[in-house]
Design a binder for this molecule. Structure first.
Ligand code: ADP
Ligand code: MG
Length: 884
């Protein structure tokens, strides 16, 4: 019933787009007749219209029609109506759910172009550097054709070029580069170092991965601090002698450890300390982390050890998250367990969660194949509505019912059997696993069966290679094992992808220096092609001998050769000829293969475990049956799988026992599937709660961060920071006088105030506040402020003589430095506050409320501290005195 309501409401929305799409199409016949130049000049025309006061909505139909026409000319792709619908949804600041292979990359160009016309930059966000580059090179051609500038940010891009890339109309960038650049921009000491412009509009590709999966770990910029490293090794040793269920309990569901009273006493005894909870010398967190590392964090599942480092593996996706670290000392605890170098505990300099980061955009939108299941969260946290766009062609994928085995090993054997059957029948198979370890287990099995296969592990450095392999995962009889996100964003075309193979052959030949005759991928080509390719290659290599290109330059040239932009460069031209020759041969080989593979049933996707959310399962399933292709998917499960074990309870195991199933017979029952789905829903709800909690707590820090960043920016932009220093001085004097008044009973008050102010002004011993002023605090304040001004003027005049302008720089520097230091300390205190609230949360009060109150106090304290230290630092700095 609910589902029905749901779908009709979505249908209504979909239908409401029809008139607009018709209107867009009505421009088509006129635009077809324009020359390239005329089409391109539309961009200026649109900009003028906006300038003259036309709204963006008014020009949308013609704009989209122009992009459609440009796409047809530049890439040979005519935007489908359903893609238009996706683009409208993006433009409206919503999420378009469009299945894998529906062409979301192209969809983004329409909304991107439209919103860039106003002159405010548009950010197109992807999950990795490879996809950012691919998309900017591929569909970026449309923008360039229409006269917009396209920027690309990659991990190693130097600051100057980074800034230029952000200044472009459209910038392709990954979520992490974008977030880190934001944090870094808020740590600079001069405006010229800032790389990002004001945020305007952002389109997030694979939006669920970024806003949901990655939302659990914040982005952190950190540096060394002086925390004691030996605590980790000591607590690691201690954790080894602690006994489960005696000294501590493990809550596997909440991934949490609880120390028992016995355990607490035992630890205090062993460490010879009075209390684990002493805030001056805290131990409890170290112990909990050490036990967590022992019980809950498993090597090769949650992390891997590489180059003597502990590297996080994303639980959901099996992706390796280089450079990310678990926070609050957990990472160090695992380093101690693995006996690798414990990296000095880092102090956070700046941090933000993706949740709060993306909310900085006044307009946000996203696209993905799988968002509907997370609709509530996307709406609540990001205020993003999800609309499902129908597929261009009807979906023909067969979703086969789950098979459940009573034993894990038997399950893997059954998977290998299924791979074998597919391999024999010529169908391509994609197996998704949740960890590198399991991929390797299956790979070994397949080797025993003598089934050729490829193995992908989603390591960032392999992304490019892996997408090449994934691109060919639709070839006849190919078997590909991949941790779930390996090669994501790359389309699996039945029969194979001729573009990818042609490009990779060129790379092999020119960069890998393999001979044409030795190249396996070329074996299938006709002899005639091989010979002319050989000739072409010789000539290219002759050219290469004369000009020494770096590998990077050659790669770039190959990329250009594979694009459709015109080139006048002779070398690129020859490359393109070679490329097109290979391409056309492979296009015909692959199209034959495609017919064969389609008739055999298309791509078969095997899931080896249910994930903790239905959405991830759907991502995997969605690999098959793209664009109306035939295909199928099936999940193989066992009662020993994590999800079933932890969340399914014993119900399923009991059920299997009751039915007296032997090890070899899989179960296929609706009752079971229901239980599974229930379990998944429970897990989803659980993780949603965790993320919501992270979000709610981060909200507090977020408003503080915004206040600090705004103040920082005000100072940075100010041409006259003296005003700011004097403001701080007034507020400091206010505090001092208030404090003095409050302690009026105290007999030594006048002396105290005199000393305090004398110190502040760095005055000589003869300084004395006149008696009358003590009776009138308002006058007193005015007088002191006046003294500060006089004092300041003198110093300024003196410094101006030595080095004009220096004082302004000094002021800025002091202000920023004090703010940054205080903010760092504040972050640490807030972290400690969160932990301590966690311990105290058993009481009556809502921990969040308590946290908010205390956080507020800490923040006020910090602001006061900043003001005071800035004023003292500047008024007393040696550079400024020198007045003999
Ligand atoms: P998604 O991101 O939705 O999974 P992609 O953007 O990677 O899909 O595109 C998948 C494939 O669909 C690409 O090979 C692309 O060339 C093709 N494609 C996209 N749009 C069109 C179109 N309008 N006409 C024909 N092919 C298209
Ligand atoms: Mg995509």
């Amino acid at each position: 019933m609910f589902n029905l309501l749901f779908s009709t409401s979505n249908q209504r929305k979909i239908n409401s787009y029809t008139p607009l799409i018709k209107k867009i199409s009505s421009f088509e016949s006129r635009l077809e007749h324009l020359s390239d130049n005329e089409l391109c000049s539309k961009t200026v025309e649109f900009k003028k219209k906006l300038y003259k006061g036309n709204t963006i909505e008014e020009i949308l139909p013609e704009v989209f029609a122009v992009v459609r026409e440009a796409g047809r000319r530049v890439l040979g792709l005519r935007v489908f109506d359903v893609q238009m619908m996706g683009a409208i949804i993006l433009h409206q600041g919503k999420i378009a759910e469009m299945k894998t292979g529906e062409g979301k990359t192209l969809v983004a160009t329409l909304a991107g172009y439209l919103n860039a016309l106003s002159g405010e930059g548009v950010h197109v966000v992807t999950v990795n550097d490879y996809l950012a580059r691919r998309d900017s090179e591929w569909v970026g051609q449309i923008h360039k054709f229409l006269g917009l500038s396209v920027g690309l940010i990659q991990q190693d891009l130097p600051k100057i070029e980074r800034k230029l890339a952000y200044q472009c109309d459209i910038t392709y960038v990954t979520n992490s580069e974008l977030g880190f650049d934001y944090l870094k921009d808020n740590m600079v000491l001069s405006m010229s170092e800032i790389v990002q412009n004001k945020f305007a509009f952002c389109i997030i590709d694979e939006v669920d991965s970024i806003l949901i999966d990655e939302a659990r770990t914040p982005l952190i910029i950190s540096g060394p601090s002086e925390a004691p490293v030996e605590k980790y090794s000591r607590t690691h040793l201690l954790s080894n002698i602690l006994v489960k269920d005696l000294h501590y309990e493990v809550d596997e569901k909440a991934r949490n450890i609880i120390l028992t009273d016995k355990g607490t006493l035992f630890c205090e005894d062993q460490l010879i300390i009075d209390s684990l909870y002493d805030l001056e010398d805290p131990w409890v967190q170290y112990i909990l982390n050490a036990v967590k590392a022992k019980e809950l964090f498993i090597k090769d599942v949650h992390y891997i050890v590489r180059d003597n480092q502990v590297v996080i593996v994303d639980e959901f996706t099996g992706r390796i998250m280089s450079g990310r670290r678990w926070s609050d000392g957990l990472h160090q605890a695992i380093e101690a367990k693995e006996k690798v170098a414990i990296q000095q505990e880092n102090q956070t300099y700046a941090s933000i969660t993706y949740q709060n980061f993306f909310l900085l955009y006044p307009k946000l939108s996203g696209m993905t194949g799988t968002a509907k299941t997370e609709e509530a969260e996307l709406d609540k946290i990001y205020n993003l509505e999800v609309i499902c766009v129908p597929t261009h062609k009807p979906l023909r994928r067969q979703e086969l019912p789950d098979l459940v085995y009573s034993n894990e090993y038997r399950k893997w054997e059954a998977i290998a059997d299924e791979c074998y059957d597919m391999y024999r029948s010529g169908r391509p198979t994609l197996v998704g696993t949740t960890s590198v370890e399991k991929s390797e287990l299956l790979s070994k099995l397949l080797m025993q069966y003598k089934i050729p296969h490829s193995l992908l592990n989603a390591k960032p450095e392999n992304v490019e290679k892996e997408s090449e392999i994934i691109a060919q995962a639709g070839r006849q009889s190919s078997v590909t094992i991949a941790t779930n996100m390996a090669g994501r964003g790359t389309d699996i075309i039945l029969g194979g992808n001729p573009n990818y193979i042609a490009k990779s052959i060129l790379v092999d030949l020119l960069i890998g220096n393999t001979l044409v005759t030795k190249n396996l991928k070329l074996k299938q080509l006709s002899l005639r092609t091989q010979t002319s390719l050989n000739n072409m290659l010789n000539s290219l290599q002759e050219d290469l001998k004369q000009v020494s290109f770096s590998v990077l330059e050659i790669e770039k040239k190959i990329s250009i050769a594979c694009e459709q932009v015109s080139t006048s460069n002779n070398f690129e031209h020859k490359l393109r000829q070679a490329y097109q020759m290979i391409l056309s041969e492979y296009t015909s080989i692959f199209s034959k293969e495609k017919i064969y593979v389609s008739q055999a049933g298309g791509l078969h996707v095997i899931g080896t475990e249910r994930h903790e959310s239905r959405r991830i399962d759907n991502q995997l399933r969605g690999r098959a049956g793209r664009q109306g292709d035939p295909g199928s998917s099936r999940f193989f499960l066992s009662v020993e799988d994590n999800l079933l074990r932890i969340f399914g309870g014993n119900r399923i195991a009991d059920l299997m026992q009751a039915l007296n199933v032997d090890n070899d017979t899989p179960m296929e029952s609706t009752l079971l599937s229901k239980s599974l789905e229930e379990a998944q829903k429970k897990v989803e709800a659980y993780f949603y709660d965790t993320r919501k909690q992270v979000f709610e707590y981060d909200q507090v820090l977020n408003s503080q961060r915004q206040a600090i960043y705004a103040e920082r920016r005000r100072i940075l932009e100010s041409g006259y920071p003296r005003d700011c220093v004097l403001q701080y001085a007034e507020s400091t004097i206010d505090d001092i006088v208030k404090f003095w008044q409050a302690s009026k009973e105290n007999k030594t008050k006048s002396l105290n105030l005199n000393i305090k102010i004398k110190y502040l002004l760095n005055a000589t011993d003869t300084f004395s506040i006149s008696k009358e002023l003590y009776g009138n605090p308002e006058e007193l304040k005015k007088w002191i402020i006046e003294q500060v001004r006089i004092n300041y003027d003198l110093r300024e005049a003196y410094l101006e003589q030595i080095k004009p302008g220096l004082i302004r720089q000094l002021e800025k520097y002091y202000l920023l430095q004090q703010i940054d230091n205080a903010w760092k300390d504040h972050l640490q205190k807030m972290g400690a506050l969160r932990d301590s609230i966690g311990w105290r949360s058993y009481g009556q009060q809502d921990p969040l409320v308590e946290y908010k109150n205390e956080a507020f106090n800490l923040f006020i304290e910090m602001i006061t501290h900043v003001k005071h230290t800035v004023v003292y630092a500047i008024l007393r700095s040696r550079l400024m005195i020198k007045n003999d």
